[in-house]
Design a binder for this molecule. Structure first.
Ligand code: FDA
Length: 311
């Protein structure tokens, strides 16, 4: 792993750095690469543009670690407005939404878990009514257990609700086995948080190997694996495993982030693969951006330059 990863991810927890970054005009080159806009209209437009290129979308209204009930409720409203906007443009067949439980109440003191579950139910119901679904993003390891518990409860009513598992966690192979059942949609990613060695692999090679082990389980299982990586070697491994397990195209999908390897997204789609692009939008882009910079430290200097040029 890059030696810069932990210090950069540390910035995600700094309120001072967040306030500074958010107070500067958001329309910098680097932010716009990853976050196409702040409004619902911008998100719907991004989904429409992707659909025009034969790509599916999953839209994320940015925000996390909400300590304020009113803000959690406003986030639920934002998702409802988004789903309405997608439906009006006839986009809900190809566009779903991704939700962080900490943005809708999980981090609230007391009955945060129950509040998050109720809020997630509301979003899942609205998505289901419009013929689409929700995937629950996975946050740092302190939220893994609760997120999976909420997922199980949601799936009773909304079986199409997607899960995210992070290959870097030691527990994830077991979680893959538990979730590889028919109808289960599982997004497998490497994991984006700064996790301690007690719970996670920290070396790049170890993480990649764990990803392959998890992918083998999911591809051999009966659910729908959602292969969320830009790593060319892992994309090849996924294609090989799909061929080996006799999976037809469409019984699994590739997922990539908006702004990352867009040519590869289109190449895979042109080859008949199902490809979904993760589209974050909204004004609270700071935590998301810091994780993207940690994956690609060379973007940090680009970001610093664009901030200075906005003065
Ligand atoms: P890796 O980081 O090794 O990158 C492989 C190659 O991809 C790089 O060499 C570069 O070419 C390109 N690349 C990767 N990141 C880039 C960047 N930021 N800018 C430019 N190029 C870049 N994590 C999590 O913890 N919880 C979650 O819920 C999700 N959800 C999620 C959804 C989707 C659709 C994706 C694609 C990813 C996530 N992630 C996530 C993030 C994930 O855990 C991981 O941090 C990133 O995908 C980067 O890992 P890669 O597998 O791409 O490999």
């Amino acid at each position: 792993m890059s030696v810069l990863r932990a210090p950069i991810l540390g910035l995600a927890r700094s309120d001072r750095a967040r306030r500074l970054a958010e107070s500067l005009p958001a329309a910098t080159r680097v932010v716009r690469r990853y976050v196409p806009g702040e409004s619902t209209a911008a998100a719907v437009q991004a989904a429409a543009a992707l659909a025009g290129d034969g790509l599916h979308a999953t839209l994320d209204y940015l925000g996390e670690d909400t300590r304020d009930l009113a803000r959690a409720e406003a986030t639920v409203e934002a998702y409802l407005t988004l789903l309405e906007g997608l439906a009006e443009r006839g986009l809900t067949r190809g566009a779903e939404v991704s939700v962080k439980l900490s943005a809708i109440g999980l981090a609230l003191p007391g009955d945060g878990r129950e509040i998050a579950l109720e809020h997630a139910r509301t979003i899942c119901a609205a998505a289901g009514a419009r013929g689409t679904a929700v995937t629950l993003d996975m946050e740092d390891h302190t939220a893994t257990e609760e997120t999976l518990e909420v997922l199980h409860e949601l799936r009773r009513e909304f079986p199409e609700t997607g899960a995210v598992l992070q290959a870097y966690l030691h527990r994830t192979e077991d979680d893959c086995r538990a979730l590889a059942y028919e109808g289960s949609r599982v997004r497998l990613c490497k994991g984006a948080y700064d996790e301690p060695e007690e719970v996670a692999y920290v070396e790049r090679r170890e993480i990649d190997r764990a990803f392959v082990r998890c992918l083998r389980i999911l591809m051999a299982g009966r659910g729908t694996p959602m292969v969320a990586t830009h790593d060319p070697r892992l994309v090849e491994v996924a294609l090989a495993l799909a061929a080996r397990t006799g999976r037809p195209q469409g019984s699994y999908e590739f997922q990539m982030l908006h702004g990352v390897r867009p040519d590869e997204q289109r190449r895979l789609a042109a080859a008949g693969e199902s490809v979904r692009v993760y589209v974050p939008y909204g004004s609270q882009w700071y935590g998301y951006l810091v994780r993207r910079l940690a994956e690609r430290p060379r973007n940090l200097s680009l970001f610093a330059t664009s901030l200075l040029s906005t003065k």
